[in-house]
Design a protein around this ligand. Structure first.
Ligand code: IMP
Ligand code: MG
Length: 343
């Protein structure tokens, strides 16, 4: 499959428990393929997507990391929860105000939702949510009480019809990149319930989030980290102790919450299931340099260590899906692109 064969709608989604490095992958694809639109799908500002761009670290929760390509229209789909305060701060930080569109139907996160998320023993203590109000806001959406973006005075300048913009672009055969959030294991339907987020996080729902039908998708790029991390409570079959993780040199903190992430070995069973349920057509593997010393900054497959190469081949064998991107460092250009221009 290549651009031209199908409508070029490419979806990037997470295959583990979030924090797989989707932000970096989307930023790379945006700079390489110059999409007409980059659209954010997923739950809402509970996500933290990190990208290092022009010497600056961006930890974004609402604006998609594809903003790095200055020629893209930046859209937030109607399924995504919006906290106007968080969004406006990121608009200022990224300077994308003149190309941002927020769907009129995005439900709003209000202070009361954050308060409920943080004061509920069940959510905060048992589940270990991000405390960003997403769960309670989705409860209000389902209860048909939530306020929508169209009622927010601050969001007026950005309001638009995201599904129409995207589908018009696809009809012109322009490239649309959809950035998902969270990961497969956090899906309300497919994840480790009840230790999950407040919505399904797989490709099907991400498409609904932005208003694109399943027949219009050309590629689903599923992102895995070379190991697994998890913040908050819940099953984690391949988890290792903090001491063991430290010995491997892997210590991570959450972008949104600053909590220390639990670390585990790559989970092939989880990966297989994530590839199946997301209908993955390509895989991206990130942080290979953190697990396999000597791979830092590699730009070619042959520059990877033998162990790293074997690992990638095993991921392909077990999932039956080709690995087309391998991230080898923090910078957007620290990547091995095995796609041969195929998107
Ligand atoms: P909530 O999404 O804030 O309700 O949190 C529910 C669970 O999902 C908790 O375990 C969170 O740590 C986790 N979670 C939500 N968003 C992310 C994310 O973007 N990265 C990693 N974990 C997340
Ligand atoms: Mg994150």
């Amino acid at each position: 499959m290549a651009i031209g064969d199908h409508l070029p709608c490419v979806l990037v989604c997470g295959g583990q428990w979030g924090d797989e490095g989707k932000g970096k992958v989307v930023a790379y694809l945006a700079l390489k393929y110059k999409p007409k639109i980059v659209a954010r799908a997923g739950v809402g500002p509970n996500a933290g997507h990190t990208v290092y761009f022009k010497g600056k670290k961006f930890g974004l929760r609402q604006v998609p990391c594809g903003f790095v390509y200055g020629g893209s229209r930046i859209l937030i789909g109607p399924g995504v929860l919006v906290n106007p305060e968080v969004l406006l701060k990121e608009v200022e930080e990224t300077g994308i105000g003149d190309r941002l569109g927020v769907d009129r139907k995005c439900a709003l996160i209000e202070p009361v939702h954050i308060e409920k998320d943080r004061s509920s023993e069940h959510l905060k203590e048992k589940i270990g949510t991000t405390g960003t109000g997403c769960g309670p806001a989705n409860v209000d959406r389902v209860g048909r009480r939530a306020k929508l973006a169209e009622s927010s005075p601050e969001l007026q300048p950005f309001l638009t019809d995201v599904p129409s913009e995207i589908n018009e672009a696809l009809n012109e055969r322009a490239l649309v990149l959809v950035e998902g959030s969270q990961g497969f294991g956090l899906s309300l339907i497919h994840g480790t319930y009840p230790y999950v987020t407040s919505k399904d996080t797989t490709a099907g729902t991400m498409l609904a989030d932005v208003g694109v039908g399943p027949t219009k998708v050309s590629e689903v790029i599923l992102v895995f980290k070379a190991y697994v991390s998890r913040v908050g409570a819940g099953t984690f079959p391949t988890e290792i102790s903090q001491e063991e993780a430290e010995k491997l040199g892997i210590v991570e903190y959450g972008t949104v919450t600053g909590r220390r992430r639990r670390i585990g070995r790559f989970d092939f069973e989880l990966a297989k299931r994530a590839a199946m349920i997301n209908g993955a057509t390509q895989l991206a593997i990130t942080c290979i340099d953190r697990l396999f010393k000597g791979c830092e900054g590699a730009r070619r497959f042959t520059e990877l260590t033998g162990d790293a190469r074997k690992f990638i081949e095993r991921v392909e064998e077990e999932t039956g899906v080709p690995v087309t991107l391998v991230s080898t460092g923090e910078g957007i250009e620290d990547i091995i692109d095995l796609s041969r221009g195929k998107l």
